[in-house]
Ligand binder design. Sequence first.
Ligand code: TYM
Length: 333
Amino acid sequence: MKTIVTGIQPSGRLTLGNYLGAIKNFVELQNKGEYDEFMVFIADLHAITVSYQPTELRKHIRELAALYLACGLDENKVTLFVQSEVHQHAEIGYLLQSIAYIGELERMTQYKDKKQKQVEGVSSSLLTYPVLMAGDILLYNASCVPVGLDQKQHLELARTLAERFNNKFGETFNIPEPLIKKVGAKIMSLQDPTKKMSKSDPLEKAAIYLDDDENTIRKKIASAVTDSDGLIKYDEKNKPGISNLLTIMSCCTGESIASLEERFKNSGYGDFKKAVAESIINLLIPIQQKYLSILNDKEKLDKILDDGAMKASYFAQKTLSKVKRKMGVGRVK
Ligand code: TYM
């Protein structure tokens, strides 16, 4: 049985990085159809690990559901649901904490980064976040987890916890494999191409947001930081800005980086940037057009998420009961 599991946090406007590093791959995997179950969720329990506005979160949950569909996920091919509506996620997250060590959680890069940015204090759930994520994955006995590069360390922890659980309590979980694309797994900031493009970047022009209009996209790409040697060549170390734009255009069009280098070898940065912007516009505008009508069909969206939560709960409960039995919590009936 091959199960794919993945999720995204509804913590604000999604970026082109989220699309190229994650959603685009979800859709490709869906269309290949080589799986038995494909669980895609809106990770709202993860979004409350840092400070947030409850009314905004509720809004973002719906928006992310509509966006998944607008990007091409099909509710008949994947199970789409809201994480908190399947209570087994929180429960397995807690149970797995008993086999996760504080030291290994404190070593997580994202924890160390995000911890620095908290003004109201660091919540304990920010530390235990990767355990919840391991639970999300193990609850469905995932064999494969498509994510961007920044989630690799969390995936490794999920594998470690699965192995530790199996050794301690007997064979229970598959060891999940990360699925990280070679090109596009880490789209970089347009203003500092040595940093990841992030939805929490305070600099608006550092990221392309999936709801940016055509002019904004053109302006942001035109002002993307590059270098001064004038060559359109992929060289991550010495030319991170141009390399990032080549990656973006390659992911948006499907044309290889080598072929783009050849095509633009006699062009200046200005013309190249114009072409990059058009490739993004061609990709995002059709998504934006579908998005609003999906978001506005409240009844249909609710039905998809209700059905998704019901199906996910069925699988989740099976695993959770087994986990509790193996761990010796609850009674034998
Ligand atoms: P999140 O919401 O931060 O990001 C969602 C997905 O987008 C990818 N991503 C990127 N890919 C390429 N370039 C970028 N600049 C970029 N920024 C983000 C992320 O790698 C991710 O795949 N913890 C997860 C959500 C989650 C999850 C899970 C994922 C919760 N439980 C279980 C898989 C399985 C997160 O915060 O992703």
